[in-house]
Design a protein around this ligand. Structure first.
Ligand code: ADP
Ligand code: NI
Length: 205
């Protein structure tokens, strides 16, 4: 089942240059399994959800079609209704989306996968992914005159600059971690981003 899911996901993320390539999925999978082990979560659900977590994201794909494709895939691998529901719950509620889904993610497995995804959004990798994303979607690198946008109100497709993403999301993630092990790992990555932004602005001047 895992092998087939891996193939499904590789096909989905092939050619991505928005910071959501298959390497992101592999890092999240590895991290989610490590956190999941410590938190004594159901590791099959954790691994399946980590693999599939970005396949229904409306930033990357048409979400309606993606959900149908996913249901068909679940039929094909004969996934039980319980496991199917557990995985779908995680995929539906784990996205940051300016906090609108905050608190809706109810299962331990979901919290574990969300922490792993968040860890890949911060630190050195997080910085690199943010500039990949901005380039891909046509945002500029930085403009100190553009006011910060509020993710809860703004359309996320609205043009902004890459540096803004640190303020609207990345610097908030450290305090949103669900698990103790996730929180610990977030600290170093958060500090690295602060150092990066300080240096970036110094050089900008
Ligand atoms: P989530 O599913 O948790 O909401 P996203 O898929 O929105 O996460 O974001 C994953 C990564 O994509 C972010 O951590 C960031 O690196 C990049 N990203 C998302 N939105 C933006 C943006 N507006 N500007 C720059 N990078 C972004
Ligand atoms: Ni992700």
């Amino acid at each position: 089942m895992i092998k087939e899911t891996e193939q499904y996901v590789k096909d989905f993320h092939m050619g991505d240059s928005s910071g959501h390539d298959y390497a992101h999925i592999e890092r999240v999978r590895k991290m989610a399994l490590a956190i999941g082990r410590e938190e004594q979560a159901d590791l099959l659900i954790v691994e399946m959800a980590a693999l599939l977590h970005d396949t229904v994201d409306d930033k990357l794909t048409d979400a309606v079609t993606a959900w149908t494709r996913l249901e068909n895939f679940f039929d094909q691998i004969e996934l039980s209704p319980d496991k199917r529901n557990a995985i779908k719950h995680i995929l539906k509620y784990m996205s940051f989306k300016g906090g609108v889904n905050a608190g809706k993610l109810e299962t331990l497995e979901g919290k574990v996968v969300q922490d792993a995804d968040r860890l890949d959004a911060i630190g050195a990798i997080g910085i690199a992914r943010t500039f990949m994303y901005a380039g891909k979607f046509g945002d500029i690198m930085y403009d100190p005159l553009i006011p910060p946008r509020d993710l809860e109100e703004a359309d996320y497709r609205e043009k902004t600059h890459a540096i803004n993403h640190f303020y609207e999301k990345l610097f908030k993630l450290k305090d949103l971690m669900n698990t103790e092990s996730g929180r610990k790992m977030a600290v170093e990555r958060h500090e690295f981003m602060e150092t990066f932004i300080t240096q970036f602005k110094k050089e900008w001047q």
